[in-house]
Write a protein that binds this ligand. Sequence first.
Ligand code: HEM
Ligand SMILES: *[C@@H]1O[C@H](CO)[C@@H](O)[C@H](O)[C@H]1NC(C)=O
Ligand SMILES: *[C@@H]1O[C@H](CO)[C@@H](O)[C@H](O)[C@H]1NC(C)=O
Length: 320
Amino acid sequence: MMMRTLLCIGVMAVFVCSININAVSGQLSSTFYDKSCPRAQSIVKRVVKQAVAKEKRMGASLVRLHFHDCFVNGCDGSILLDDNATFTGEKTAGPNANSARGFDVIDTIKTQVEAACSGVVSCADILTIAARDSVVELQGPTWTVMLGRRDSTTASLSDANNNIPSPASSLSALISSFKGHGLSTKDLVALSGAHTIGQSRCAFFRTRIYNESNINAAFATSVKANCPSAGGDNTLSPLDVVTSIKFDNKYYGNLKIQKGLLHSDQQLFNGGPTDSQVTAYSTNQNSFFTDFAAAMVKMSNISPLTGTSGQIRKNCRKAN
Ligand code: HEM
Ligand SMILES: *[C@@H]1O[C@H](CO)[C@@H](O)[C@H](O)[C@H]1NC(C)=O
Ligand SMILES: *[C@@H]1O[C@H](CO)[C@@H](O)[C@H](O)[C@H]1NC(C)=O
């Protein structure tokens, strides 16, 4: 890497920049802990398996935690930092408050990984592995994770509020948000398929079920029973009305019959350019699984801290 950079400097300054951007994720490696903590991946897998066996939704919650980590200044474990008297992190941001969960599972993993090899495995990597293992536990695809991320010492409430897309977003807003994170429109449609698992609070879909017209009438009526027009913000409904504890392609079939729960979900099948990809996934689960796995690797590689940047936190909730 050093050699390539030096060569580039000699050639053209602009080229150095583009090479270095690629080099950031290039420093990650699938074998990063093979020597320094060979049991790391099996420990994460075992704890995730136990947590999902206890509560299926936990698999969904861990996948979402990783997404919310990666979209706010990269996959650096920033979402895991607790607030204290002198520090405000990301946990109280609009998209996370009363909603982001799974922190206890990450703590359990961290404690066991620290017992096996102290000060070696980052919280950001634990989150990355846990997201993959959660999808596997819920019968979805598997993939090889790249490792070697380090943990941030800071977090940003305002970046969490600004960088995580809102469920009220239009298709063009979703596309540009993902593009801003180096993800394509194709990645957007594939990654949104994570909504094949898990639940949403009433507050996030109330306007859609009471006020939108591109929604299946019977579906709207049934969801209203569990989400009053005022109050009950925290009442939950499944994001995939058919199979919310199984990672499959039913989410896309739902969109085709206007049974997307969130406004943002239905935007992916609303007469626009992404309709064809939704249709393709609804009839071909293998292509969804392949594209989802590839897009997860891309998302997991957003701006990691590597080398001597950041730190390996001892406790995922607090900077060392
Ligand atoms: C495209 C833009 C997206 C928007 C607007 C969005 C929005 C939301 C909202 C509002 C919820 C409900 C949260 C709650 O009520 O607690 C949710 C849940 C969830 N999201 Fe997304 N999301 C998006 C993309 C993604 C991506 C890319 C992933 C992962 C790859 C993801 C994974 C999940 C999962 C698994 C849940 C269920 C969490 C649980 O049950 O605890 N979402 N999302
Ligand atoms: C539906 O739209 C009306 C008119 O804009 C508004 O007053 C009302 O608050 C909306 N209801 C919900 C649940 O969003
Ligand atoms: C508050 O949290 C920040 C970030 O984790 C940490 O750097 C700081 O040491 C914490 N302060 C106290 C008093 O624990």
